[in-house]
Design a protein around this ligand. Sequence first.
Ligand code: A3P
Length: 299
Amino acid sequence: SKDFVKISLKDDPKKFCVMPQSFVDLDLERIKNMEIFEDDVWVVTYPKCGTTWTQEMVWMIGHDLDYETSMEVLLDDRYPFLELNGIVPNYPKNMFEECINLARPRYIKSHLPLFLLPDQLWTVKPKIIYTARNPKDTAVSYYHHYHNMNGYQGTISDFIETFVKDIMMYAPMNNHVIDFWNIRSQPNILFLFFEDMKRNLKQEVKKVMKFLDKDFTQNEIDKLCTHLSFESIKKNKMINKEEDIKHLMSLEGIEYNPEKYTFIRKGKVGGYKQELTKEAIEMLDEYIKKAEFDIEYQF
Ligand code: A3P
């Protein structure tokens, strides 16, 4: 139902991103020119790559395991979504204002591709954590999100076709990941994978601790990993977005049915195998191959 446009760079038309016109009208300029502070902590992802999970991990580590606040304040308020008004123009809160007015150090989430993020990020160089996920599970997760929250009417195969044509919101995924992959060795960038978090969360927690210069005991790390487990996040009302989803769906005139969809859905690696046709898998394989970059996704 939204009016989508392709935003591209004048000097590099291959660099583009599909966003609603409302994003261009509301957010494009003010985000590009936003003031950045050295002590900001950004989580940037392509949608459905484990953003929420990463945010809670990073926030908890950055806040010396402050369970009290984590259990009292919505993650969306502790770690606001920068361009939400651009994509949901009738959202009642002004998220951009909220982000710029956060108490420092500010914790900010964005799904924007590198070239649409604030210019000052690349000169002030605050810490940025980027999480990637294999595109097949990402696309499946994105389909469920769209189908259940935005009233997408097509089949999952229709959705995959749209995904590989790079006409979904925030498309293209390939370039989104590549741009951050290429800067992953800069000291202010931490590049993580959803699949690594699934396989060995403790190890990824330790990477974030090192990155944020924190030190916790083994017991503290174990307790944090339990807090961050799928089962625990799924039932944690401060994190699982239940209230926000109800709200967002009502803005779109769609009825919320928790039996049908929960934001914290399956949380699996390779779950696409049960959900996609052979043709859809081939389309995605081809899409990944076309990107010609040296990431080996783990499926
Ligand atoms: P699925 O739809 O495959 O289940 P984002 O926060 O970027 O929108 O990502 C949402 C995806 O992350 C969902 O994937 C969700 O289930 C998964 N997720 C969230 N918390 C998780 C956790 N603790 N363990 C595993 N997956 C998690």
